[in-house]
Design a protein around this ligand. Structure first.
Ligand code: CU
Length: 110
């Protein structure tokens, strides 16, 4: 009984670790100095992308305008936004307030 309990605890610990690692598998795009870094990103299908606002004061947004979506909410410094890409294709996006010069593209491959 004692052995079973510690074995179960080990399993729980293992699963927790696995989840923590999985959560870190997101590919990060930083928003800094009015740019998406990297601006052009290629990922495998099923990958999660996490945008992080690294500005000191400036807000930005993520808007997949060409896909006909609504503009995203404003992301203030240290705010993040995540999206998983399950479809192969090219997905351009812009920052709504700075869309003339602040643009990025996600290329999803098999
Ligand atoms: Cu912006």
């Amino acid at each position: 009984m004692q052995r079973l309990t510690s074995w179960s605890l080990s399993l729980i610990l293992l699963f927790s670790l696995a989840n923590a690692c999985a959560a870190d598998e997101a590919v990060v795009i930083e928003m800094s100095a009015f740019k998406f870094i990297p601006e052009d990103l290629t990922i495998k299908r099923g990958t999660t992308v996490r945008w992080v606002n690294k500005e000191k004061r400036q807000f930005h947004s993520i808007w997949f305008r060409e896909a006909g979506e609504e503009p995203g909410e404003y992301l203030f410094p240290e705010d993040t936004y995540e999206r998983k890409f399950d479809t192969v294709g090219v997905f351009p996006y812009v920052c709504q307030p700075h869309m003339d010069h602040m643009r990025g593209v996600i290329r999803v491959v098999e």
